[in-house]
Design a protein around this ligand. Structure first.
Ligand code: NAD
Ligand code: IPM
Ligand code: MN
Length: 359
């Protein structure tokens, strides 16, 4: 097998962790005998600097000609004072998601046994581990709803976003959640705010209708405020969390942190044809960028998800997850995972250790 991957490292820690993901992908390719051709392109702040726009046509073209997109992260203080519409997140990442209709965002949050101590939760809460899949709707909701804008004198008086969901959008993401639950523990918890928002009343109704086609899956509903609380109280109760765009954004950061670090949460953003963009759920981490200490695991696990969902290399994907787990079992931690900074390894050492185990 030979596949073409668009490599979009982006800004901040993006290029640092991407380097390690490529290292691990190369080790996997060697072991499992497939070939990946990488085509690197600028996106985000670095693309603004080099091309004057966050998502140059040349980058979009590289993505269109590829079998999958491996994305780092974009944004940072350098570009925060640009007009909102030109900023990297709004002008690159959201349009990429929309352009490729990547409506299904999968964010798996699993506690690796050896990492129980890294979780900010009490040991008795994490001792039995937990394994949550956050299924987030990614191309609708308040992120994209119209109208959206500002009004009044000098556009200074009022600003608004619109939370809108159509039946079709809710139906298709709900199906993804139920399909996923079927091959997991069989529980979907739909996160909404149906006690306040009309869009969320429809959300709940449509999810209940879809559930009728999946009698083998248990459906629970939870209000988002309660969900954030239950996640820290008893994360084990959850299997698949089904969320709209904004609630999924918030809940997935919480899921990441309770597994030990923001640097652990991988994600896959898929369209109807299983074309995907794969990226860590976290951002460019400006506070640690350039120091060589970022955790590359979220990027590496995102690459593993790419092998599984877009490149049909399930065995190689599983081997990467196994290698990550073994490295952590051996007590090899980046600074975010250990209180003992002196014993922490850097980004490159973590990548080396995972690649070595894989080989
Ligand atoms: P962030 O996720 O970048 O950082 C939050 C905290 O998590 C920081 O303390 C950071 O050091 C830590 N962290 C994140 N990833 C880590 C890793 N791999 N290893 C170790 N620690 C890690 O969130 P933020 O500070 O709110 O955002 C910074 C910038 O990134 C903003 O411009 C934001 O818009 C952007 N962002 C981009 C993406 C993306 O491109 N997908 C996602 C989220 C945020
Ligand atoms: C994420 C990020 C993005 C989002 C931002 C950077 C646009 O926070 O992927 O979680 O809100 O979706
Ligand atoms: Mn986010």
């Amino acid at each position: 097998m030979e596949k073409n991957i668009a490599l979009l490292p982006g800004d901040g820690i993006g290029p640092e962790v991407m380097k390690e993901a490529v290292k691990v992908l190369d080790a996997a390719a060697k072991k499992f005998k497939f070939k990946i051709n990488y085509k690197k392109a600028d996106v985000g702040g670095c693309a603004i600097d080099n091309h004057g726009t966050a998502l140059p046509d040349s980058t979009l073209e590289v993505c269109e000609k590829s079998d999958a997109i491996l994305f780092g992260s974009v944004g940072g203080p350098k570009w925060e004072s640009l007009p909102p519409a030109e900023q990297p997140e709004r002008a690159a990442l959201l349009p990429l998601r929309k352009h490729f209709a990547l409506y299904c965002n999968l964010r798996p949050a699993r506690v690796f046994k050896s990492l129980a101590a890294a979780s900010p939760l009490k040991p008795e809460i994490v001792k039995d581990g937990f394994d949550i899949l956050c299924v987030r709707e990614l191309t609708g909701g308040i992120y994209f709803g119209e109208p959206k804008g500002r009004e009044g004198e000098g556009s200074q008086e009022k600003a608004y976003d619109t939370l809108v969901y159509s039946r079709f959008e809710i139906d298709r993401i709900a199906r993804k959640a139920f399909e996923a639950a079927r091959i997991r523990r069989g529980i979907v918890t739909s996160v909404d705010k149906a006690n306040v928002l009309f869009s969320m009343v429809l959300w709940r109704e449509v999810v209940m209708e879809v559930a009728k086609e999946y009698p083998d899956v248990t459906l629970n509903h939870i209000y988002v405020d309660n969900a954030t609380m239950q996640l820290v109280k008893d994360p084990h109760q959850f299997d698949v969390l089904l969320c709209g765009n904004m609630f999924g954004d918030i809940i997935s950061d919480e899921c990441a942190m309770i597994t030990g670090s923001m640097g652990l949460l991988a994600s896959a953003s898929l369209n109807e044809d299983n074309f995907g963009l794969y990226e860590p759920a976290g951002g460019t981490a400006p506070d640690i960028a350039g120091k060589g200490i970022a955790n590359p695991i979220a990027q590496i696990l995102s690459a593993a998800m790419m092998l599984k969902y877009s490149l049909d290399q399930v065995e190689a994907a599983d081997a990467i997850v196994q290698a990550v787990s073994s490295v952590l079992d051996r007590g090899i931690y980046t600074a975010d995972l250990t209180g003992d900074a002196a014993s922490a390894v850097g980004t490159a050492e973590m990548g080396d250790a995972i690649a070595a185990l894989l080989a």
